[in-house]
Design a protein around this ligand. Sequence first.
Ligand code: OAD
Length: 232
Amino acid sequence: MAIEIVILTGAGISAESGLGTFRDTDGLWTKYDLNEVATPEGFARNPELVLSFYSARRENLAAALPNAAHVALARLENAMPGRVLLVTQNVDNLHEQAGSEAVLHMHGELMRSRCAECSATWPESGAMTIVSRCPQCDTARVRPDVVWFGEFPFFMDEIETAITGAKLFVSIGTSGSVYPAAGFVMQAGAAGVATLELNLEASDGSTFFDAYRQGPATEIVPAWVEEVLAGL
Ligand code: OAD
């Protein structure tokens, strides 16, 4: 079954679940220096700070629930099995909690840890500290299994193939300021794939989309999903 709709999601889809975005007023990057908490260099300089930052993110996520937008996307996949792919920049697991199965976490997953020594990864939802040990090699160089600035996002080949072969590319709740995700709309457009943006406010890349709908994700995403389902 070929993938017809590729949906890119960003922090905006989880905002109404109580998880902060990055660049809005009050966003995480207005309170923390991303160079200190989201780069390999920051981790080398001050692992305690980085691990406490991501441990706090885990605590927030453990208290969050999927919202109507996550639920609507799960419903869409359920109605079109094998024909919808979610590509998320989010490290939260709210798409999965809502029931989505075809999800690629291009920036990794918060509720997984990785060993910076041997690269083993494992599910973990509690706090990480500098004495946390890898279950495989027993080294104390545990980090979250997320992609930092300066590292390569995951699944890039798979994502590009899916986007360029799709009928529709939809971007939801992302500011379009971080590449390579910000360039997906251009790849889609160049391949003749229709493009739609759903966001609270026009993103940096809005002009590249064929269509744009404005509003909170919990309203505009379920409304759009209804329309797609009605047309099946
Ligand atoms: P940003 O914080 O950059 O952008 C969030 C977007 O969501 C903005 O365009 C908001 O207008 C929109 N938004 C906010 N509330 C919304 C709502 N209720 N409904 C719909 N839209 C809403 O977050 P991202 O674009 O996801 O990477 O950021 C991309 C990457 O930058 C992240 O994955 C993370 C970050 O640094 C890494 O850490 C590597």
